[in-house]
Design a protein around this ligand. Structure first.
Ligand code: ATP
Length: 345
């Protein structure tokens, strides 16, 4: 069996008395787009820095392609980090910025230029080589930073919130491009983000971080549809939980359950009863918000508990929405969309 591109074995990192990373095991495969997702301070950047070699673990080991690199310096590891602030040299042209690491390694000039040209092509910036960073847009600068990383042909690229500085539109556009570039070059990307949508869009697999631990590792679909605990259910998407007596009455069993808002239909008046495929619950609309493409209903259930439902505005317009406040409605969803949270935490 081929060794994992990256493997963390029971890695802990403490800063003084504070434990930033608490005994993490992770494996990332060759060519995988792997995201580390979590709130601020959950330890994801520290894990990235441990992989890069900017930090040394307090305990545990880091392996790259089967080799223990725990004690190796950053330059001795076959990885490259792209930072959010790009760190481009302002006085150099784009081409010089990209070729700089090759120059340091005494790669001859014709080869440097050829490889810089190749890297520019990979990030779709052919023709921009003679410009200076100040003459580029934020998205273009981001792509130069990426080209500079790719030119050294690392096995692994580490990206720390690389799209964090971009405005929303550009960010969405760069997400698509980043994914495309990763597919084209076929190397392992390890991507740090606190943005769940970004992680769901880009990743082959996601590790969800919380307080220095990994709460769940899985594909976007597994993380979204089968959250392992209430933290993951709440951090990725809207948690929408039924617990306690409400769960007993509505679902028919005790435990903690998650139903994603977009899976729930809102019906005028009382809902028809349960059937083998569907669960229904009656309630009163506590809040309703028109969001353009969808309307968000917050419904207090007669059975106790509160659920949020998102409805596509196929026939509803903004004027219809206000009338729903305080109205009696029925909620209805497919039984298979009731997901039991195995470990409520
Ligand atoms: P963010 O999204 O805000 O970057 P993060 O999940 O990447 O958050 P880390 O940067 O890994 O979080 O930090 C985890 C915790 O470790 C934080 O509480 C942080 O304050 C602490 N920490 C990180 N580096 C150091 C350091 N050099 N010295 C002391 N504490 C540190």
């Amino acid at each position: 069996m081929e060794a994992a591109a990256i493997r963390l074995r029971d890695v802990t990192k403490a800063f003084g008395r504070f434990t930033a990373v608490a005994g993490i095991d992770l494996e990332m495969s060759d060519g995988e787009f792997f995201s580390m997702l979590g709130p601020s301070g959950s330890g994801k950047t520290t894990v990235l820095r441990l992989i890069a070699g900017f930090e040394t673990p307090t305990a545990g080991a880091v392996e790259l392609a089967g080799r223990d690199v725990t004690r190796l310096a950053p330059f001795e590891r076959d990885v490259h980090t792209v930072f959010q602030d790009y760190a481009l040299f302002p006085h150099m042209t784009v081409e010089q910025n990209i070729a700089y690491s090759l120059k340091i390694r005494r790669v001859p000039r014709p080869e440097r230029l050829r490889r810089a040209g190749e890297a520019l092509e990979q990030v779709r910036l052919t023709g921009y080589g003679k410009r200076r960073p100040a003459q580029l847009s934020g998205g273009q600068r981001q792509r130069v930073a990426l080209a500079r990383a790719l030119v050294g042909r690392p096995k692994v690229l580490l990206l720390d919130e690389p799209l964090g500085a971009l405005d929303l539109k550009l960010r969405e556009q760069m997400q698509t491009e980043l994914k495309q570039i990763q597919r084209d070059v076929g190397i392992t990307f390890v991507f740090v983000t606190h943005d769940q949508e970004e992680a769901l869009t880009l990743s082959d697999r996601i590790a969800v971080f919380h307080r220095g631990r990994v709460e769940q590792v899985g594909t976007p679909a597994q993380i979204y549809e089968r959250p392992a605990n209430t933290f993951v259910a709440g951090f990725v998407g809207t948690s929408n939980l039924l617990t306690g007596e409400a769960a007993e009455r509505v679902v028919g069993a005790s435990g903690t359950y998650s139903i994603r808002p977009e899976k729930i239909r809102v019906l005028d008046g009382a809902a028809a009863g349960d059937d083998p495929e569907h669960t229904t619950a009656a309630g009163t609309v506590a809040d309703v918000l028109y969001l353009g493409d969808v309307t968000r209903f917050v419904v207090d259930l007669d059975a106790g508990g509160r659920l949020t439902a998102l409805q596509q505005n196929l026939e509803t317009s903004s004027e219809d929405v206000a009338a729903y406040r305080g109205a009696r409605v029925g909620l209805r969803w497919r039984r298979r969309h009731t997901v039991r949270i195995p470990d409520p935490g």
